[in-house]
Design a protein around this ligand. Sequence first.
Ligand code: MN
Length: 479
Amino acid sequence: MSKLYFIPGSQDLYGRECLDQVAADCRAMVDFLNEKLSGVVTVELLPTVETSPICVQDIRTAENDDDCVGVITWMHTFSPAKMWIKGLQILTKPLLHLHTQANEKLPYDEIDMDFMNLNQAAHGDREYGYILARLGIAHEVVAGYYKHDRVIAKIRQFAEVAKAISFSRNLTVATFGNNMRDVAVTDGNRLEAEIRYGWEIKYWGIGEIAALTDKVTDEELDAKMKEYTSLYTMATDNLDSVKEQAKYEVALEKFMKKWNVEAFTDTFQDLHGMKQLPGIAAQNLMAKGVGFGPEGDYKISAFSAVLMKMAECRSGATGFIEDYTYDLTEGEELELASHMLEVPPSFAASKPEIQVHHLGIGGKDDPARLVFDGVTGDGIQVTLVDMGDHFRIICADIELVKQPKPMPKLPVARIMYRHKPDFAIGTAAWCYAGGAHHSVVSTALTRADIAMFARLTGTELITIGDDTTEADLQKFFMR
Ligand code: MN
């Protein structure tokens, strides 16, 4: 189970009795957090920081614990912030500054200077906030009484984002083949991606999967076909095509296990040794949280895996999608998003069908794929692009809608959505921002989640939604 360490701040000026009370209050706070964050993360209390060496020791404990995904700090009393410098300088994990108190209300009738000295987050948390700002340490501030639902929700959100960042820092992406020839936005600086997000982006030939496909046993194939028929409706007579995909998935699973891979890419331009482009094989893996990017898009593969990890304790769908085509009926504009095959079944509004159709791109056999209509509701569309000297995340609020009419001749899964604040501003802002045609759509995550991720990873963020105006569009500049 992932863990957050809770590090309170104080000093030795107020005597043992005060420090004992600090520790007791923090214990009560940590117990409460553990109750409220059950199933997401556990919280463990570390010794109160009274001196610089204690601070260094606490941060070392957090850094050395592989289960630890982040740190919560709170200044119960005044804690002179020079004591925090050396500790904070070795902290690499996400940091939450909880600006709270042990007490909700002021005891107006009882309050005296002892109470003031014991309970002075308004004082100590500002001293501490200064040193975080002065050191330029990425962190999240959550302010409010810790038992309030709003505050607990923010701490839970921090835990989920911190888990995703921890996952990100240990993520290996396998790229089978390279980036699709001539495509710009799916390319970028892999080295910088590893430095900033931890993604180890490693190249293999797709022939590795072809070779493993040949070695899939009848038992393994039967088990995978049973998995498919238990999850999906078989709507094809071409079982050989489906079996070919089942073998791909078995091969991919073996490969990913061997190399500790949790996200991958392929490309229709490099299918050496493969009879089909992976369709249902990639789709079914995405449904299990495996990141995927087509056409060698390692950024969206990794990012989708990270965001699926962020959303794993929530209801709703999260996964890769590609912007495809529009219905531009005036005032009722909609987008149809899909891909040539690889749309994650997490988006399915009902049980997906396994279908086999010709695929005009790639020059291979007809691939089996899952076909379905998408879920509806509020969501976000988010992508990550490389601007040359920095990464940029673009996050747009969208409304996923039911497709207005059936599309009986469209042999792929799809979702449809409405842009915010409207089509003209929403899509123009996306274009101005350099947003990719590959993105992650989620009905589980919100713009606030992405903003927290961007802040904690030091990534530029551009948001689009009902608060985006025509005037905002005028602010996008050309270099
Ligand atoms: Mn694509």
